[in-house]
Design a binder for this molecule. Structure first.
Ligand SMILES: N[C@@H](CCC(=O)N[C@@H](CS)C(=O)NCC(=O)O)C(=O)O
Length: 219
């Protein structure tokens, strides 16, 4: 793009946020360079609630992505924007049925699991009950994901190509482990997690590799 200054996208992200992690994976897979602006979900009651950040993301959540002169929120919507504007290394299959299954897995995770174990909900549930609560909802959602995968998984969630479904699944497995969910009933989920744990794009997006990861949690 001669004569045009290419501005690097900026991702508002928190190291342990699974939704930020989804977008980090997609950016890495598509080899889009980006800068990170860390938003601590913990410090001072959560920087996501400060006035300045509310202007960026009225839901007071991460991630948000500033790209092409726009500010975008909602991880799935952001990943679809990347897919539509940067088709290199496609993260959606060509086949319509497979595309539907990718969206289905993304929805089960992003609407049916993650919101129920999100920080703001766990604070409301209370310290005493939060582990059991998170385990219940993650297990319930993973039962559905495992069932869907049993008919569509190949090497990855849908067939043998990495898709947006994998971008959503891997961070959710990390959260499941954080809450000590018994993952033994989910052999396909575990196999895909193992398949992708050493993939460079996934490794670089891992919480432990983030600039705001506290030293005690860094690998
Ligand atoms: N649907 C949103 C959910 C975003 C979300 O829940 N983000 C979490 C971190 S993974 C957050 O910012 N939580 C802050 C809070 O609960 O106060 C998306 O996919 O981007």
């Amino acid at each position: 793009m001669e004569g045009q200054t290419v501005v690097k996208p900026v991702l508002y992200s928190y190291w342990r946020s699974s939704c930020s992690w989804r977008v980090r994976i997609a950016l890495n897979l598509k080899e889009i360079p980006y800068d990170i602006k860390a938003v601590s979900l913990i410090k001072g009651g959560g920087e996501q609630h400060c006035n300045e950040y509310r202007e960026v993301n009225p839901m007071e959540q991460v991630p948000s992505l500033v790209i092409d002169g726009h500010t975008l929120i909602e991880s799935l919507s952001v990943m679809h924007y990347l897919e539509e504007t940067r088709p290199q290394r496609s993260l959606m299959p060509q086949d319509c049925y497979k595309r539907a299954k990718v969206r289905e897995i993304c929805e089960v995770i992003s609407s049916g699991i993650q919101p129920l174990q999100n920080l703001i909900v766990l604070i409301h549930v209370g310290e005493e009950k939060k582990k059991e609560w998170a385990q219940h909802w993650i297990t319930r959602g993973f039962r559905a994901v495992e069932k869907i995968l049993s008919s569509v998984a190949g090497k990855y969630c849908v067939g043998d190509e990495i898709s947006l479904a994998d971008c959503c699944l891997i961070p959710q497995v990390f959260n499941a482990r954080r809450f000590h969910v018994d993952l033994r009933p989910f052999p396909i989920i575990l196999r895909i997690d193992r398949e992708l744990e050493n993939h460079p794009a996934f490794r670089a997006a891992h919480p432990s590799a983030q600039p705001d990861c506290p030293p005690e949690a860094a690998k």
